[in-house]
Design a protein around this ligand. Structure first.
Ligand SMILES: *Cc1c(COP(=O)(O)O)cnc(C)c1O
Length: 494
């Protein structure tokens, strides 16, 4: 059965998967959603599949206009030696919970799970739709997306990629990873502003019809590698199915036994994938949405009111420093009964006033969600506590989730087996992680800390870190937040 995509704001309908991937964002500013969430017929039949085989089974339910050969080809090119383990998404048990490690790809954050396949989905989509323009990927990043997208698209023929990041809003390792990126088709710009400024700027460029026409006349068209692209959401569903099957295979859960999932959340893409997996039939009970001090989502789940009018806080989990959680729109659309008119009203209200209130009926449909947040002190304490108890070292984002989970268990007494999405390697946020364990490390330089962390955690330094130690800086562009479009034109020479 063909799955077609429509905009959450009603402006587009009947779009194929490949067209939706190419477009990124719908013309009306909405997000593409599948006409129906497909269901899994017999989950346990997939128990013995490896990651790539499972990826094919899950993704083909959504990307129905891809041939078997096309999709398998994309998967083969994505989940290969770029990952440091053949398992791709291994699970580690520590202190009674399962950490689903999503950071074994090229840039050691979970963004690799989707961004290692997106360029292949996109170039395949371009071929299928006989696109001759060069595709210009425009990305706003809070740190991890940028590098993962750069790594994915570097030197991919027929594409260019431009990444905007908040100049003072990413970790030193994150920044270094980006500004040392090789590939003639890559361009990295720091903006004077925060992530929301970068994201709003990118959205504005996408919605500029005049610019799109001008680009087209020069042989270019924009697309998005941000988590609003359905080509990122779909690959992310795979690892939740995989996690459940791993637990089943290892007899840690019985057939049909429910699990809870905790996700450190920013733009709501990762947890939305878990929600889709649940709706497909994976036995997931609670979806626990973990925030840091930017707890706009926690407040939303508590009150039904989304209010971005608040102070933006820089935390040690920068990839979650977000006040406008783009993918939430897909959930809003769903809980208002797939009603684009209603959803559009909410999004306009968000745009105009920074606030919207969902109805009581909609809030009732959020029953499976539980929101929580962890302060900086709680996050650091969790890293230290888990390390001292088990020797396992987690990064700051994962620690936000783990801390929120502890509070959830305390409040509810829920003992359901639980998977925590572990979204980054501790090496990516080495300074914060080591400081949490012991403040004596603070005096060390960034790279000395990396060496120390390897000893403390008793794991090898990932390639992604080794690589940037001595790499030359190739990008040093800085711009004001309202001058992003000029940077785009400059890079394309138009
Ligand atoms: C992007 C990111 C998140 C947030 O994921 P969303 O899909 O945006 O909610 C959490 N942790 C890390 C390490 C990330 O890179």
């Amino acid at each position: 059965m063909a799955v077609l995509y429509s905009s959450t704001r009603g402006g587009e309908k009947g779009v194929t998967a490949s067209q939706a991937i190419l477009k990124g964002l719908a013309c009306d500013g909405g997000l593409f959603v599948p006409s129906e969430i497909p269901t899994i017929e017999n989950l346990k039949d997939w128990k013995e599949l490896d990651y790539k085989q499972l990826a094919y089974e899950v993704m083909k339910l959504y990307l129905t206009d891809f041939t078997e050969e096309e999709l398998k080809n994309c998967i083969e090119h994505a989940y290969d030696q770029k990952f440091d383990t053949e398992v791709i998404a291994p699970m580690t048990e520590a202190d009674g919970v399962f950490y689903l490690e999503l950071f074994h790809g090229a840039t050691i954050a979970f963004k690799d799970m989707a961004l290692s396949i997106l360029p292949h989905l996109m170039t395949t989509s371009a071929k299928k739709n006989k696109i001759e323009n060069e595709i210009v990927i425009l990305t706003a990043t809070s740190g991890d997306t940028g590098k993962a997208a750069l790594a994915g698209f570097a030197d991919v023929e027929g594409t260019r990629i431009i990444v905007f990041y908040p100049k003072n809003g990413v970790s030193p390792v994150q920044e270094r990873q980006m500004v040392t990126q090789k590939g003639d088709n890559t361009y990295v710009v720091g903006i004077h502003g925060n992530f929301d400024d970068a994201q709003s700027g990118v959205k504005k460029i996408f919605n500029d019809k005049e610019l799109a026409e001008y680009m087209n006349s020069k042989g270019y068209q924009f697309s998005s590698a941000n988590s609003i692209n359905i080509g990122r959401l779909v690959p992310q569903i795979v690892y939740y199915v995989f996690a459940y099957l791993t637990l089943l295979r290892e007899e840690r859960v019985a057939e049909g036994e429910q699990i809870n999932v905790v996700v450190p959340t920013g733009n709501f893409g990762n947890i939305l994938a878990a929600y889709y997996a649940k709706n497909m039939g994976v036995p997931i009970d609670k979806l626990i949405c973990a925030s840091n001090d930017n707890k706009v989502l926690y407040d939303f789940f508590e009150t039904g009111c989304y209010d971005k009018n608040r102070e933006f806080v820089l935390t040690s989990s920068p990839s979650m420093d977000i006040l406008i959680s783009s993918n939430l729109e897909r959930l809003i659309y769903r809980i208002c009964g797939d009603n684009p008119v209603m959803n559009k009203d909410f999004m306009e209200s968000l745009q105009n006033t920074g606030v919207y209130h969902i109805t009581k009926e909609m809030k009732d449909k959020l029953e499976s969600y539980s929101g929580g947040y962890a302060s900086e002190a709680e996050t650091a304490a969790k890293i230290k506590d888990l390390y001292e108890k088990t020797g396992y070292v987690i990064d700051t984002h994962t620690a936000v989730a783990a801390s929120v989970y502890d509070k959830y268990v305390k409040a509810t007494g829920d003992v359901t087996k639980t998977v925590i999405a572990s979204t980054a390697s501790p090496f990516k946020f080495g300074r914060s992680v080591l400081n949490a364990i012991d403040s004596k490390y603070d005096a060390l330089s960034d790279f000395e800390q990396i060496d120390e962390l390897a000893k403390v955690a008793n794991v090898a330094i990932p390639n992604a870190i080794d690589e940037i130690r001595n790499a030359p800086v190739l990008h040093d562009h800085i711009c004001e937040k309202d001058a992003m479009v000029d940077e785009v034109k400059k890079f394309l020479g138009i």
